[in-house]
Design a binder for this molecule. Structure first.
Ligand SMILES: NC(=O)c1ccc[n+]([C@@H]2O[C@H](COP(=O)([O-])OP(=O)(O)OC[C@H]3O[C@@H](n4cnc5c(N)ncnc54)[C@H](O)[C@@H]3O)[C@@H](O)[C@H]2O)c1
Length: 437
């Protein structure tokens, strides 16, 4: 088949919704995407190395809070969505989206092992005319330097024998307003045909598709967005430390500053960065910049400031206990919320884990309440979330609002004798027992 016929055939199949879509990696990113493609009428196959995820999906069960079980079950019942751990079935796909993790190594270098494994599986079954899209956040150059050669080693040329693009995922777990469908999608192919094919696929399921000139631009867009957040959060965290020294309420300052209708965007201080994106992605960029002899100073500095926030929270807890003549050592300290942000169950990189570890090292007895996180492993032992009402009645030496889940009764928390509020959840409540960040 000629190259243009490959493209035409793929575009026709996409337009007719007869293209079979494969999603590799069924986590926070891959599962919502799979359900959205299925909703648009495609036959979707999810691939995950974790067979329990495939089983849950095939049983119509959702394990991602942003994916309503009813939607997932409807797609499975309609025969539009199925999941498997059998990677050989990739051969039957017309389009394949790769959504696997991209963590850091201990040294803060990129760990591309999941991407490499997934691409090996795609390469093993690559079929002429397939469209392969990488969605995992990664450094500029991954698609054309790492993925493309692995796939071309099979003999087909990218942008003609098969199509290859990068399209960063921008999903914001827990965000009720913006989700897969209404978040604009950036798409950059290794050539014009690949960009066209990938744009056509996303245009079926995403309201607004934004083509860019290359995979590297698309990769860099995502890192700019996440670095922008990390640096601005670092800045506001530093302002919070300054304000504390000068006895100024940083939250009031931000609320007033954001009345400016241009040139200011509100970011908020907190107990530290968490999740799979903001604490990690900027280091993909600084690593790649270093390969080109460039030191990404803002990223490093923001990393230092943000990374020190759990230590600062412990300092505020120490201040609070000190005010009632108690040491951290031997005190019973209870955290309200441990997930990395409000209304999600995601514990990855959660600063609450650091805070718990730092307090435990100082001899405190730690417990927590988080309806989204029933059990938690930290410091080598597993503990269970305490019922909210029991926590209120438990007479702890100090309570800490580490994550401001909407379900908590903050009026009740504010009546506890000693509370450290890292999220401004007790904003309008004045009490000498409340210590703010
Ligand atoms: N979580 C977010 O908010 C978010 C937002 C935007 C972008 N991203 C990026 O998207 C990517 C995926 O993140 P996530 O949060 O969905 O991760 P996740 O850990 O929730 O899901 C990844 C899934 O991939 C599976 N997996 C790992 N290796 C595999 C392989 N070789 N083959 C098949 N399946 C495999 C895992 O079992 C897991 O189910 C990352 O690069 C992340 O940076 C995440």
């Amino acid at each position: 088949m000629s190259n243009s016929t490959h493209l035409d055939r793929l575009l026709d199949r996409i337009a007719a919704r007869t293209a079979r879509v494969g999603i590799i990696g069924l986590g926070y990113v891959g599962l919502p995407l799979a359900v959205e493609f299925a909703r648009q009428g495609f036959d979707v196959t999810g691939f995950d190395v974790d067979p329990s995820k495939a089983s849950m999906i095939n049983a119509g069960k959702s394990y991602i809070p942003d994916v309503p079980e009813a939607d997932l079950a409807a797609a499975v019942r309609a025969g539009k969505l199925t999941a498997t751990a059998d990677m050989t079935r990739l051969a039957g796909m017309d389009a394949i989206d790769i959504c696997v993790p991209t963590p850091l190594r201990k040294t803060k270098d990129p760990d591309l092992s999941y991407v490499v494994k997934a691409v090996e599986a795609v390469a093993a079954t690559l079929v002429a005319g397939q469209l392969v899209i990488l969605e995992s956040t990664t450094y500029p150059g991954t698609t054309d330097e790492v993925v493309q050669p692995m796939l071309e080693a099979k003999g087909l040329k990218a942008d003609s024998g098969f199509f290859l693009a990068f399209s960063p995922e921008r999903v914001d777990p827990g965000n009720a307003q913006f989700h897969t469908k209404n978040i604009p999608k950036i798409v950059g192919g290794v050539g014009k045909a690949s960009t066209r094919a990938a744009c056509a696929l996303y245009a079926t399921s995403v309201d607004h598709v934004v083509p860019v000139s290359s995979t590297r631009v698309a990769e860099m867009v995502k890192l700019l967005e996440n670095t922008f957040r990390a640096v601005n959060i670092g800045l506001v965290n530093e302002i919070a430390l300054m304000c504390h020294k000068m006895d100024i309420n940083v939250w009031e300052v931000i609320d007033a500053a954001k009345t400016k209708p241009f040139g200011f965007m509100a970011f908020y201080p907190g107990p530290g960065l968490g999740g799979h994106c903001i604490p990690i992605d900027p280091f993909y960029l600084s690593w790649k910049a270093r390969q080109s002899g460039f030191e990404a100073r803002f990223i490093e500095l923001a990393g230092q400031v943000n990374g020190a926030m759990p230590e600062y929270v412990v300092e505020r807890i120490t201040d609070a206990l000190n005010s009632v003549k108690k040491p951290v050592n031997g005190s019973r300290i209870h955290l309200f919320g441990v997930a990395y942000k409000r209304d999600v169950n995601d514990m990855r990189e959660s600063p609450a884990l650091d805070i718990m570890e730092l307090l435990a090292k100082r001899g405190a007895a730690i417990s927590y309440t988080d309806p989204y996180v029933p059990t938690l492993s930290h410091g080598g032992h597993t503990c269970q979330s305490l019922d909210f009402d029991k926590a209120l009645a438990a007479d702890f030496d100090c309570a800490v609002v580490a994550t401001d889940h909407a379900v908590f009764d903050y009026a009740a928390i504010s009546r506890l004798p000693l509370v450290v509020d890292t999220r401004n959840a007790l904003k309008d409540i004045a009490s000498s027992g409340i210590f703010r960040l």
